[in-house]
Ligand binder design. Structure first.
Ligand code: PEP
Ligand code: MG
Length: 898
């Protein structure tokens, strides 16, 4: 016997079920399941995804398929008491694609298939409604020609417009039966002109043409691109659903609509949706007429409305999740055409999940898994009002979520001045640490260059400000104080709005909605905390950031970038004096000026993080970033420091580097300028001793950046330990502290066992580790990475989602090497990946102890860590070294699970 390729549903003869989603696709499995549990569906049958696979592989349908389709069609004729192609009660069908995952880019629906001149006349006679019959016919010709024959729908729309104009009417609904009959003839002539063939009259030919088009649509470039971006295998294939037609356009007792069992934007438990009386499904989607709110259906079609409410209840109970329904009412009889888990906003997802636990439908574990961590961003930041209409200038990288409006300013000084009185958006080619004062006061930041870990992106995320980065389409004209994008010129002082969640740059001031952290949110997060194994820390440089992060549930600071403190107020002059000092004595004076300021910074942070660990990283960026630029600034600084300007210029030039990212930065600074390490260590330990004396529990962890060799770490640690001993001796007390290192260079990862001998912890700097592993500058990557990702050369921006295959292999290997030397070595991550859900899943899988991320991403990381633990269920960290190949298998499994 031939394999089974077709499954019937409805009329008490259902063969499929919801468990068969892979074989029947989401839509087919949903129809079968609805029929099974007594929800009214029009009968029909599903051709399996396996046929699609066989057809695409072999270029032909499998033996037995045609017979099985014919048998199912006969069964459908019996169930409906109609005949396909019949002269009296013609059976008409809809044909729809349906893969296991809902997928844009595949074939749309074809309705009313089976109509030709003969059956249209029969339909008119059977329904007693000529207009209905010919309206159905013209819709069918139009849809079929568009989807199957490739004649674009707009040609048909033009003919409809011509007819309406000639008849002096404005609405489609005013077209008479004769108009529609004539339109069908004109549509067919149009098809002949375009395809050089007659429109297929024979229903069997129509049916196989449609089946063919569905299978073919699996392989279109758009569908392929969608699958690649979303990690869906090309091998799954789509099913074809052939369903007997029910008509919502058979008069005032008919209609069609969509409904959600709970409000998809707020999560409230009430039926939500839209409905049109006397209309076919496409009218709701096409927006030709304004649909009614679903509540209006109660008056228009009370019985059907109550049946719908009952079906919604049944389906939600059955699926234990909010459903998104499509339905049609034909002459007072309700039919459900589709059910699937409803898409929802982050806010709705949280509320639905928590309420379903309270209703006893799902467990807290399920509730936690129901909320996509990425969606939490929407709850934590202001959002563009979803109802607002916008003038889009361009779309670039969504570098830091949230939404903000302000007046355009092009330089940070201007931002600092203007930002004190009114909202501003700082627009820069790219930002550097020097722009910090302007960034702090801006509502949002827009840059033309740079990627997801560019300075602007990192700083904005840290401050919870929205940022759109790498907007290559924004053409700056600083001389004229304007930029242009999308054909529009925007001048300084004009209002723009940034949407850092989607990367949109919008002209004008667009209303935003504020986030609110509800009780539901806190309850869900508490459940998540109970399940996760990874700890979640934050990257914070100020007491204020630390407090925000703590409110979001941070369990310590994983990265305090001390260089950000160097730009505050007039400290920069002292920093410059330190760098430009020509003698040890001069440097000691400058360092002495900085010491109390740094000490006060650390005291503030230690207080804010009372009882929690605080990882402080010693100075990292190349020194020239702190130095004056241009003759005017040099002259000004020379005057302030009492130096000869010429000599100063020479000194500044001495610090110039061709490739500063790979130059004199990180621990290389501390090694060549040990005074800096001394000063920072002293400030840390004095601050720790001071606040400890006030009753604060301090746990400092000093982190040495950009270490490439064990020797570098050894030398820097020696200084730190010496300073600690000295401070403790002077103060006659001590505090517990750790000294560790960042692993952010491939050489450090490769020699992690040697490095671990001198380290009390590791923290992966995955921003630099990505940059150096790929040999790809993190500040320039924004120029072409989006193209790489769009073309599928890379699956994701590796500065956003960890490149598990390459960078991840280094992370895994270095962790094993380090723990091979020190079994209980604490290992974390403080690159931006620490707040990216997919990367967090990987960090869990390779047994890290914590991730650290920007304050506003802390809840995202907490939830992602809970997902990782629940999906894995092995909560013990992997301590024992194992071959790297094992890790690869786990990575693949983690990705597949994702
Ligand atoms: C890193 O490189 O991942 C890191 C955290 O350091 P920074 O971004 O400051 O270079
Ligand atoms: Mg780094």
């Amino acid at each position: 016997m031939a394999d089974r390729y077709v499954y019937f549903f409805g009329a008490g003869e259902t063969e499929g079920s919801k468990e068969m989603k892979d074989l029947l696709g989401g839509k087919g499995a949903g129809l079968a399941e609805m029929a099974r549990i007594g929800v009214p569906v029009p009968p029909g049958f599903t051709i399996t995804t396996e046929v699609c696979r066989l057809y695409l592989r072999g270029g032909r349908y499998p033996d037995g398929l045609r017979e099985q389709v014919a048998a199912s069609l006969a069964r459908l004729e019996r169930a409906t008491n109609k005949t396909f192609g019949g002269d009296e009660a013609p059976l008409l069908v809809s044909v729809r694609s349906g893969a296991a995952f809902s997928m844009p880019g595949m074939m749309d629906t074809i309705l009313n298939l089976g109509l030709n001149d003969r059956t249209a006349a029969a339909l008119a006679a059977a329904s007693g409604d000529d207009r209905f019959a010919f309206d159905s016919y013209r819709r069918f010709v139009q849809m079929y020609a568009d989807v199957v024959l490739g004649v674009h729908a707009e040609h048909f729309e033009r003919l409809i417009e011509d007819t309406k104009r000639a008849r002096g009417i404005s609405e489609d609904t005013d077209l008479s039966a004769d108009d529609l009959r004539e339109l069908v003839a004109r549509f067919k002539a149009l098809v002949r002109d375009h395809t050089r063939a007659d429109f297929p009259e024979e229903p069997q030919e129509q049916l196989w043409g449609a089946i063919h088009a569905v299978f073919g649509s699996w392989d279109t470039p758009r569908a392929r691109a969608y699958r690649r971006i979303n990690g869906i295998s090309d091998d799954l294939g789509t099913a074809v659903n052939i369903c007997s037609m029910v008509f919502g356009n058979m008069g005032s007792d008919s209609g069609t609509g969509v409904a959600f069992t709970r409000d998809p934007s707020t999560g409230e438990r009430r039926l939500y949706g839209e409905f049109l009386v006397n209309a076919q499904g496409e009218d709701v989607v096409a927006g030709i007429r304004d649909p009614l709110h679903i509540d209006g259906m109660e008056q228009a079609l009370p019985n059907s409305f109550h049946e719908l409410v009952e079906a919604a209840r049944l389906l939600e109970d059955h699926y234990r999740d909010a459903q998104d329904l499509e339905f049609t009412v034909e002459r007072g009889r309700l039919y459900l055409l589709q059910t699937r888990n409803a898409k929802r906003t982050g806010r709705a997802a949280v509320r639905m999940a928590v309420e379903m636990v309270d209703e006893g439908r799902i467990t807290p574990e399920e509730a936690v898994l129901r909320v996509d961590p990425g969606q939490l961003d929407q709850l934590l930041h202001p959002m563009i009002d979803p109802g607002a209409s916008v003038h889009l200038l361009t779309t670039a990288l969504p570098a830091s979520p949230g939404a903000a409006s302000g007046r355009v300013v092009f330089n940070p000084d201007e931002a600092a001045e203007r930002g004190a009185h009114e909202p501003v958006i700082l627009v820069r080619r790219e930002t550097s640490p020097e722009d910090f004062h302007g960034m702090v006061v801006s509502q949002g930041i827009l840059t033309c260059r740079g990627g997801m870990t560019s300075h602007a992106a990192v700083v904005a995320r840290g401050m919870g400000k929205c940022c759109v980065a790498g907007a290559g389409d924004v053409l700056m004209d600083e001389a004229r104080r304007q930029f242009s994008a999308g054909g529009t010129t925007v001048k300084e002082g004009d209002w723009i709005t940034l949407d850092g969640t989607t990367g949109r740059v919008i002209l004008g001031k667009v209303p935003t909605v504020e986030p609110e952290l509800t009780d539901d949110f806190h309850r869900l997060m508490e459940w998540a905390d109970g399940f996760r194994r990874l700890r979640v820390r934050t990257n914070a440089d100020t007491p204020n950031d630390s407090e925000v992060a703590r409110r979001f549930g941070a369990e310590g600071i994983g990265l305090c970038r001390t260089e950000h403190m160097f730009f505050e107020g007039d400290r920069i002059d002292a920093v410059r004096e330190m760098i430009l000092a020509e003698t040890g004595a001069q440097r000691a004076i400058a360092v002495a000026k900085l010491l109390p300021m740094q000490r006060a910074d650390f005291e503030g942070i230690f207080r804010a993080m009372d009882g929690l660990p605080v990882t402080i990283r010693l100075l990292d960026p190349p020194l020239h970033e702190f130095l004056p630029h241009g003759p005017a600034e040099i002259k000004d600084l020379a005057r302030k420091l009492g130096m000869d300007p010429v000599r100063m210029r020479e000194q500044v030039e001495r610090h110039h580097e061709s490739n500063p990212m790979l130059g004199h930065r990180g621990c290389r600074l501390g090694i060549t300028f040990p005074d800096i390490t001394w000063m920072q260590a002293q400030a840390i330990f004095e601050a720790a001793v001071n606040v400890q004396a006030q009753g604060v529990t301090v746990c400092p962890e000093i982190m040495i950046p950009l270490v490439g060799t064990a020797e570098e770490l050894k030398r820097q640690r020696k200084i730190v330990d010496e300073v600690a001993a000295e401070v403790f001796y002077q103060c006659d007390t001590r505090v517990d502290y750790l000294v560790g290192t960042m692993i952010e260079l491939p050489r450090a990862a490769l020699t992690a066992d040697r490095i671990a001998e001198h380290a009390q912890f590791f923290s992966f700097g995955t921003n630099d580790l990505t940059q150096t592993t790929f040999g790809l500058s993190r500040d320039d990557a924004g120029r072409f990475l989006p193209e790489y990702v769009a073309a599928g050369v890379l699956p994701d921006d590796p500065f956003q989602t960890l490149d598990v295959e390459g960078v991840g292999k280094l992370v895994d290997m270095a962790t094993r090497l380090g723990r091979g030397v020190k079994a209980d070595l604490k290992v974390g991550v403080c690159g931006e990946h620490g707040g990216d859900p997919r990367s967090v899943e990987f960090f869990h899988a390779v047994g890290l102890n914590y991730v650290s991320c920007s304050p506003y991403r802390v809840p995202v990381a907490r939830l992602a860590a809970a997902h990782a633990a629940l999906n894995d269920r092995t909560t013990e960290p992997r301590a024992a070294p194992a071959p790297v190949a094992d890790a690869e298998v786990q990575e693949i499994e983690a990705m597949a699970a994702d």
